[in-house]
Design a protein around this ligand. Structure first.
Ligand SMILES: [Zn+2]
Length: 344
């Protein structure tokens, strides 16, 4: 393919602006091998993460409740032992409060992860915030069960004026997940940003005058300015579909993420060690480092998100939550969540 005319950045009087000269032509080059098949995988495609807006004020809810003392399981009725509510006020950290509530470290970590889309436990939790749990009642006749760590059926964290609730869902293998009342996951499966950037130096644009090639071209991604050497993270799990050099992109990595997503990371100074075509990467894994290889006038990451092979604005594209429930599960789950929420 004929290369677009390349104008050396130095020709432009030393002005330090970060530009990116990646045309849709180059993008097509990179993506052509993967165009073939993309069935929409419902598990991954559906449902952008949505925080449940249905938050009642913690204080009101609390006032209406009797003191959440564990209702001792009624000895007479074997039929349906009532779940137990436990509450703790945070003194120093979530981990410490979780321990007082009888949660093991694994469950505490699971909850921290589950809430991470809504609450940053280190930043947002303060002394005096409260955690309430609904747990299964201890098994009748088993005294030691009282001290056994439980996986809570429902968790409410009240931070000042707002409260956040998540409810337990177990998949067929019994693996625990937490969702909001309406069945949405707050655990991001896809991060918005692949690095800690300083500013957006060039936005996504369908058509713009390219400062390097002096042609009208689309800008299929976003340019995130950051110092050379800043680590670049995979924004979702995926497989390395391309790693190497491409005209314009310089050192570039293309990840095939859960369908229908693909992501592109360009102008890297170097790649993370051990990556090659076919390598599986986790969300958050460092895959390379910011640079200015290819057509770039300064260090920045050119980042693209493709949905069904169509480039979308990475700053606004809808990103999926983790393991969304299907419609039937969602209806059942919402019913059960309502029941548990009433106990909190
Ligand atoms: Zn760019």
């Amino acid at each position: 393919m004929p290369l677009p005319a390349f104008v050396a950045p130095s020709a432009r009087s030393g002005k330090v602006i970060l530009v990116c000269a990646l045309s849709s032509v180059c993008a097509a080059l990179i993506f052509s091998p993967q165009h073939a098949k993309h069935s929409v995988d419902q598990d991954d495609a559906a449902g952008a993460p949505s925080a449940s807006p249905n938050r009642e004020a913690a204080d009101t809810a609390r006032a209406a409740q009797p003191a959440p003392q564990p209702a001792a399981p009624a000895p007479a009725s074997e039929a349906t032992p009532q779940p137990v509510v436990r509450s703790a006020t945070i003194k120093s950290s979530f981990a410490e409060a979780a321990q007082r509530l009888g949660l093991d470290s694994r469950t505490a970590a699971l909850l921290a992860h589950a809430f991470s889309g809504e609450i940053d436990f280190r930043r947002d939790l303060k002394a005096g915030n409260t955690i309430s749990l609904v747990v299964d009642p201890p098994e009748a006749g088993n005294a030691s069960a009282q001290s056994q760590p439980a996986t809570p059926l429902a968790v409410r964290i009240a931070t000042g004026s707002t409260s956040h609730e998540l409810f337990l869902y177990r998949n067929l293998e019994g693996k625990p997940f937490y969702y909001t009342k309406d069945g949405a996951s707050t655990t991001p499966a896809f991060s918005r940003y692949p690095l800690a950037y300083e500013r957006v130096s060039s936005e996504f644009a369908l058509r713009r005058l390219d400062p390097v090639t002096h042609r009208w071209q689309s800008h299929d991604g976003v340019d995130l300015a950051a110092p050379a050497g800043t680590p670049v993270h995979a924004t979702a799990r995926g497989t390395v579909a391309f790693i190497g050099r491409q005209t314009g992109y310089g050192k570039v990595i293309v990840l095939r993420n859960p369908p229908p997503y693909q992501t592109v990371f360009a102008h890297l100074s170097r790649f993370a060690k051990g990556l090659h075509r076919g390598t599986q990467v986790r969300r958050g894994q460092v895959i390379g480092y910011v640079g200015s290889t290819g057509w770039a006038t300064g260090p920045h990451l050119h980042y693209e998100v493709h949905v069904d092979s169509v480039p979308k604005d990475p700053l606004t594209v809808a990103l999926p939550g983790k393991n969304p429930l299907d419609a039937t599960e969602r209806a059942q789950f919402a019913k059960e969540a309502d029941r548990l929420a009433a106990l909190l």
